[in-house]
Ligand binder design. Structure first.
Ligand SMILES: Cc1cc2nc3c(=O)[nH]c(=O)nc-3n(C[C@H](O)[C@H](O)[C@H](O)COP(=O)(O)OP(=O)(O)OC[C@H]3O[C@@H](n4cnc5c(N)ncnc54)[C@H](O)[C@@H]3O)c2cc1C
Length: 321
């Protein structure tokens, strides 16, 4: 039977952004509901070692961190619900979200924390070796490849930035690109070509990832011009072909940028609709880290609390007259 769930703060997404918003919202008395989606806990649940989330001296596991975050959110009063939102109506408040089983969620405020997904190549070995040499995030995993030879796959800004970042850890970085020129901005290309520790392999498409003892041992390539096959030996391969923010639901109701990310007022989680906030990777194509997602989740909850308080104050004022 269809149920309507009502709250002062409806949160779509249960990654670090959504759960941080929930922790702050619950402690502010907003009695938040989190609709978890198909990936409860978000992107960190598909990784292993996390070494850069503050507060932990030792390496922690991504899924464990997200379980703890959820437990903390529930402990302070968040209601976690299993559902996936298939449609939203942002003409409120109340803002309405519709679950795929027919349930309706009504929020006096809405926090969008639907995140983004790294794009993968979809070639053999990629999934099996993910976290064992294959990664989609140099900032997250580059440190684990200190002093090792690494490759980056892609030709846009992300790929060039990842290659440059990896030179902090590796003396031997190879950028692999399927064409004979890069799409990245010229200034980034200039820095890349000038770097003594980066070489570029042109016209090479990844055929598959090669596993060895203990993880990745190389990347099998096909020359896109000659058709020749080769293997580039490496222990670390970074797929950097972009990210897809989960904003399909909001298109036509909220503005998105060229990459599909939700546009917010600079320095805030405020969207074009008063009372609707966006936080984490869904609005951030620059930093894309768990800690920045958590930070903007906190900001969304603080702004949601102000929005609710002002609305209730105004309602009380007008009732008094
Ligand atoms: C392999 C990997 C390793 C990483 N390692 C690190 C690391 O070491 N350190 C670090 O800081 N960062 C790391 N990151 C990046 C980090 O995971 C992200 O920056 C962070 O998870 C973003 O948080 P978020 O809450 O914005 O979104 P996400 O974590 O992407 O969560 C999005 C949430 O939205 C939900 N959702 C989406 N659509 C719907 C819908 N229609 N209805 C309901 N719910 C929906 C999903 O189910 C999910 O719960 C890594 C990422 C990857 C992929």
């Amino acid at each position: 039977m269809m149920t309507t769930h009502t709250t002062k703060m409806l949160i779509i997404g249960s990654g670090p952004a959504g759960l941080s918003a929930a922790i702050y919202g619950a402690r502010a008395g907003l009695e938040p509901i989190v609709v978890q989606g198909l990936q409860p806990g978000g992107q960190l649940t598909i990784t292993t070692d996390v070494e850069n989330y503050p507060g932990f001296r030792d390496v922690i596991q991504g899924p464990w961190l997200m379980q703890e975050m959820q437990a903390q959110a529930e402990h302070v009063g968040t209601r976690m619900l299993w559902d996936t939102i298939v449609r939203v109506d942002l003409s409120g408040p109340p803002f309405r979200a519709y679950g795929d089983g027919g349930d309706v969620y009504e929020g006096e405020t809405l926090v969008i924390a639907t995140g983004a997904q790294a794009k993968w190549l979809g070639v053999p070995g990629e999934q099996e070796l993910s976290g064992k040499g294959v990664s989609a995030c140099a900032t997250c995993d580059g440190f684990f490849y200190r002093g090792k030879k690494v490759v980056v796959i892609g030709g846009g800004n992300t790929a060039v930035e990842e290659a440059l970042y990896l030179t902090n850890h590796s003396q031997d970085v190879t950028l692999i690109h399927r064409r004979d020129s890069l799409r990245a901005e010229k200034i980034l290309q200039d820095r890349l070509f000038a770097h003594p520790n980066i070489k570029v392999l042109w016209n090479k498409a990844v055929d598959h990832f090669v596993g060895g003892e203990g993880g990745l041992s190389g990347v099998a390539l096909t020359d896109t011009v000659t058709g020749e096959s080769s293997v580039e030996p490496t222990q670390g391969a970074f797929v950097a072909i972009g990210h897809a923010p989960a904003t399909e639901l909001f298109k036509g109701q909220l503005p998105v940028d060229d990459g599909g990310y939700l546009i917010v007022e600079p320095g805030t989680p405020k969207t074009a609709i008063s009372g609707v906030f966006a936080c984490g990777d869904v609005m951030d194509h620059t930093y894309r880290q768990a800690v920045t997602a958590a930070g903007t989740g906190c900001m969304a909850a603080l702004d949601a609390e102000r929005f609710v308080a002002l609305r209730h104050h105004e309602a009380a004022q007008s009732a008094a007259y």
